[in-house]
Design a protein around this ligand. Structure first.
Ligand code: FE
Ligand code: FE
Ligand code: ZN
Length: 282
């Protein structure tokens, strides 16, 4: 049984998100810990988190993924914005300690003309400020499409951040299929080759989660527009190869496709069916 779920749009509390995930046939999910475009953290009660924790255990969920707000940019040219990233991530990670053993994923950021190396150094510096060795959450860097001055469009860039951070050895990566296809990695025809390259540059042991998205744009477009699985340029066959690849076994697969919880429920059902028939073929 693969761990498959979706990014939940609801902000109705953590336990409610767990039940929403269950209702859609998911056994993992992703969520924001605060308004994704704002900075205000959710009002959280420890009881709510304890109930979610109990629900996840009882329902045999895989690890869940919290997603940092989009506005966070740890390699902004503006020091105030970099400090805000430190503050938000510190708060979010403190919250995640109530749900031990899960993931906190963030976009490395855009260096906005400062250059790749300066950007990587600023990201690494932020990570060393928010990381604590006793933390029970693994921080994940997301692979990006590489639009504009976005860092993370190449696996080497994530490697560079990990090499520059003192806590680099404790970091993981979340692979986004839309982003890497848009970034020019051939997910469609050469998944084995892409994963081999990831293994060489970052290490497959660092890969902790996968964002399963189709793309509205052709490979290499550096655009980052998600499509429903099977309705984009990647296509369902290639998506199912991702879901069934032995190197990705046991990772949480998260849909971030442009639909609501109902649409995600249908997508999850269809993909589980496709995974089953593919395993039956073999
Ligand atoms: Fe993301
Ligand atoms: Fe993503
Ligand atoms: Zn995206």
């Amino acid at each position: 049984m693969i761990y498959l779920g979706a990014h939940l749009s609801s902000s109705a509390g953590f336990y409610k998100m767990g039940t929403a995930a269950l209702d859609m046939g998911a056994n993992t999910f992703q969520c924001f810990l605060r308004n994704p475009r704002g900075t205000k953290a959710k009002a959280v009660s420890p009881e709510d988190l304890a109930r979610l924790r109990e629900l996840l255990e009882r329902s045999c969920f895989g690890p869940i993924v919290a997603h940092a707000p989009y506005i966070m940019n740890p390699c902004s040219r503006d020091e105030g914005i970099r400090e805000l990233a430190v503050r938000m991530m510190t708060e979010d990670l403190a919250l995640m300690e109530h749900l031990p053993g899960n993931y906190y994923n963030f976009h490395p950021g855009s260096h906005v003309g400062q250059g790749l190396e300066t950007g990587c150094r600023q990201i690494a510096a932020m990570l060393d400020r928010v990381y604590a060795p006793e933390m029970r959450t693994t921080i994940l860097l997301e692979t990006m499409a590489g639009k504009g001055s976005e860092i993370g469009g190449r696996f080497e860039e994530l490697r560079r951040v990990m090499d520059l951070a003192a806590c680099g050895g404790a970091l993981g990566v979340c692979l986004d299929t839309c982003h890497i296809s848009d970034g020019g990695y051939d997910v469609i025809h050469d998944l084995d080759g892409v994963l081999a390259e990831f293994d060489r540059t970052v290490g497959l042991n660092r890969l902790k989660a996968v964002h399963v998205n189709d793309s509205l744009n052709p490979p290499g477009s550096r655009k980052d527009r998600h499509a429903l699985t099977g309705q984009g340029t990647i296509g369902e066959e290639a998506i199912v190869r991702v879901l069934t690849h032995p190197a990705l076994r046991d990772l949480p697969f998260i849909l971030e496709t442009p639909t609501d919880d109902k649409g995600h429920a249908l997508e999850i059902r269809r993909l589980r069916q496709a995974v089953l028939s593919r395993s039956a073929e073999k």
